[in-house]
Design a protein around this ligand. Sequence first.
Ligand code: 11C
Length: 331
Amino acid sequence: MKLAIVGATGLVGTELLKVLAERQFPLTELLPVASAKSVGQLVHFQGKDYPVVSMDDAIAARPDIAIFSAGGSVSKEHAPRFAAVGTTVVDNSSAWRMDPTKKLVVPEINANILTVADKIIANPNCSTIQMVVALNDLHKAYGLQRIVVSTYQSVTGTGKKAVDQLMEERAGQTASNPAYPHPIDLNVLPHIDVFEANGYTKEEMKMVHETKKIMGDNSIQVTATCVRIPVMGGHSEALNVQFHKEFAMAEVRAILRHTAGVELVDEPSQNLYPMPKDSHGRDAVLVGRLRRDETQGCTLNLWVVADNLRKGAATNAVQIAEYLVANKLVG
Ligand code: 11C
């Protein structure tokens, strides 16, 4: 497989290279692509140095797969150019997710919808991925009716600029080039991405729309409050989930123990519950704090944590690429 990584020097791009190496993705050639100022810079991968190439050079090389993680506008402009030369693009941005002609894929849930004709495949938002991985098998068993989600999201979701802001503030300095309109250290911002006309943020509305598309069920009601916290790596979510059918707690635990991509961490008597620090560098979606909502029927409370740069971005994209290879949908 000839593979291009667009945005190879960013936080997700760096994680992509780690995940590809760990999972021994069957690569014959790597084409790291980054902004013009990074062309020629070397990217280290599996004991070798690869020079960063320009977008045009990468397209001319006609890779089998290109994984994009360089923001929506880069994806909008350049993903169709790769697709036009026969490359299959797996795109981490929000550019194509809600396009009805593009598939939005979490491999544990819906990779089976992919065909050889899919030349631009969208990777969902990190906070959506961990939520749907946790809920998919429960949805099959009991039918999701409504999800109320509150997120506690790491600064790594914003990128390097936000990581630098937190570290500078923590060192007692004023951030030189802040990513947020307010300090993030010793603070909490109920604001992720831009505000929309309905008063919700774009991040909140991504969780609403993407969940329905991935689950293939427009009747699922989702309402979200997305919050940035001063944590370095790992998004957390408090979910209140109402099902159509009643459930037994023991059965819910059994389902989660067997859900692909989920690890149940739920021993409160031993102070064991998912925390972002325990998600670092891991692909599992950690689920715990399982409680029946005692205020209404068929409703469950749970706490879901995952490394947003791994399952929330890089790992999910690599899993899609692996599925394409394994099912001979590329190359
Ligand atoms: C965050 N979820 O934590 C965002 C980052 O649509 O892919 C990913 C944005 C996206 O800020």
